[in-house]
Design a protein around this ligand. Structure first.
Ligand SMILES: Nc1ncnc2c1ncn2[C@@H]1O[C@H](COP(=O)(O)OP(=O)(O)OP(=O)(O)O)[C@@H](O)[C@H]1O
Ligand SMILES: [Mg+2]
Length: 255
């Protein structure tokens, strides 16, 4: 079944005489269970707001988010978040950060430790269990953040530009790493990015948003088989069409 966005709109403010800010306008979308959806759109258009609404951190002004055809129950339908603002806790080690999600869920200490050590091994973090986030590289920190989310076995994972601050080589490595993980732990992923290349490399589906208030201006299905060759003609063709969609709406703003 998966996740459905039905007519989501969001207006901030507009009370006590201040100007209302229209951020999202009638967003309809669907991501089937186990698929990888990317959302791309200009800076400030409302991407983070949309993810925050899906995560239940913000209420929409109108519309609904459904999971498997019913309203999300945030207590039991686990939604994982990998947001830049949800940085790791600096006072916790790699092991403690990864264990935290399970601790909050009330898992016993022994079980937590065994699961966390397994993630640490699979995520290439062995030897760094007792290091604090400031002692890790940017790529390692993001791997800890992803491990911390996936260990709780969420139904849906929301990622807000998780690789945005990394250099291009580390970014490419982590994209490949994420796809490998996703191959073994097939969760539904909604991934926000500014980067067309990243969206085409990772996704099954791409939604392109307009500038604020964000509307869906185009949708693409990326049918290229994985592992993908970033420079293949098929990838380049989709990249070109996504870029054209973004450009077209920029032009329409100038007239
Ligand atoms: N809690 C809030 N109260 C008022 N305005 C808000 C709030 N959160 C976001 N906004 C406004 O909503 C608009 C969209 O913000 P949002 O962070 O969703 O954009 P974005 O697409 O994620 O941008 P970026 O690409 O730069 O990350 C911005 O103009 C922002 O100022
Ligand atoms: Mg944002």
């Amino acid at each position: 079944m998966g996740l459905e966005l039905i007519g989501l709109s969001k207006v901030f403010g507009g009370k006590n005489g201040d100007e209302p800010l229209h951020v999202l306008e009638d967003i309809h979308g669907r991501v089937e269970e186990g698929r990888f959806l990317s959302i791309i759109g200009p800076s400030g258009c409302g991407k983070t707001t949309l993810l925050r609404i899906i995560a239940g951190l913000e209420r929409p002004s109108s519309g609904q988010v459904l999971i498997d055809g019913r309203e999300i129950a945030y207590e039991s339908d686990r939604i994982g978040l990998v947001f830049q603002e949800y940085a790791l806790f600096p006072w916790l080690t790699t092991l403690q950060n990864i264990e935290l999600g399970l601790e909050i869920m009330g898992a016993p200490k022994k079980e937590r430790l065994a699961a966390a050590m397994d993630y640490i091994y699979r995520f290439g973090l062995s030897g760094f269990e007792d290091r604090y986030p400031r002692e890790l590289s940017g790529g390692m920190r993001q791997r800890v953040a992803i491990a911390r989310t996936l260990i709780t076995d969420p139904k849906v994972v929301l990622m807000d530009e998780p690789f945005g601050s990394l250099d291009s080589q580390t970014r490419n490595d982590l994209q490949a790493f994420l796809l490998k993980l996703w191959d073994t732990q097939r969760v539904t992923i909604i991934f926000v990015t500014h980067n067309v290349d990243e969206a085409v490399f990772l996704s099954d589906d791409i939604l392109v948003l307009s500038s604020r208030p964000a509307r869906i201006i185009d949708r693409f299905q990326v049918d290229c088989p994985r592992p993908r060759d970033r420079t293949s003609a098929a990838c380049n063709m989709i990249r070109k069409r996504v870029l054209e969609a973004l450009e077209a709406q920029k032009k329409s703003m100038l007239v």
